[in-house]
Design a protein around this ligand. Sequence first.
Ligand code: SF4
Length: 386
Amino acid sequence: MKAKENRDALARWIKETAAALGFDACAISRGDPPGAASGLADWLAAGFHGEMDYMARHGPKRASPAALVPGTQSVISVRLDYWPTEAAPAQAVLDDPHAGYISRYALGRDYHKVLRRRLQQLADAITQRVGPFGHRVFTDSAPVMEVALAREAGVGWRGKHTLLLARDGGSLFFLGELFTDLDLPADQRVRAHCGSCTRCIDVCPTQAIVAPYRLDARRCISYLTIEHAGSIPEAFRAPIGNRIYGCDDCQLVCPWNRYARRAVTDAFAVRQGLDDPPLIELFAWSEQDFMSRLQGSAIRRIGHRRWLRNLAVALGNALRAAQRAADRGRMAAIREALGGRAQHPSALVREHVYWALAQDERATFAEPASGSCGSTAARRSAWPRL
Ligand code: SF4
């Protein structure tokens, strides 16, 4: 009985300490989430991971904390809300073809560093209380199935868009894990609350959510603009719109994000005006500008070439919009900006620039019908205002 009381008291204290460190939730699982290994195997077999070979590399270890870190008995999952308080309204930016839309999680400091530091502080505090213990920190940078673990611990439920959702915070948060060799009591799963809703599936500009809880990353704008290294398939370039780094559509439309909480930490405060930046200005950044202005940002990981590739796609779409609006001034400015990169040493950049320059000739074409990678404006009109 005493041992159980000690375990319960330690778990309670860990959660209180996590809250004091600024985490928005903290819960415990015993690892090996049921169905995680087979679900991952199915997803990989379908090829939905695209070029993300690292997803496959660790095989079943990804689904089993004890296989990945021998001796692991308990996994502490934490949540840190990131919605930046002062960011320009997401929908207004998405509706402005001449501004670049950057996923709201990437507007401030690189979350990997922020989360890692806090999780290490939590581990240090536990060490002070119980003495040295086996542990390892994970922050979306290693082969860990963080959504499955957080779901198992009851931090939230998996939404049909595959992200974790919490009743008191929607899905706009980061997850991190502390694998430990401590014998801690597990928390309970929570019920899912998606019901008959399919908004995230319906709104996806590239129809990447091919079935509830099933994402084809090869169609996902986050994958195409961040993880994917090569040429962006032409079929996806118009639907990408002005999204130059990631995509939030499936989260913006989710009714649970009415309860998304603003970040308490200023680490995720908007930097460099990235919440509503003019495309042409970003496209003019030299590689040195890119590296220095995005110091400490997760965006730097994609490198300047992919950055220009993404911007060229957005500028091609902006050119079409300007022609539709008969805005000759804008058209000239966009053509001039694109022309300035037409001799770029990277074939990847050049190819996307040429595609972009060709868009004004195609602007008389009708936009694809909604539901087939077309405009999401009408469907977005029902979005919660974030
Ligand atoms: S939009 Fe609807 S179906 Fe999708 S995650 Fe949110 S509640 Fe679930």
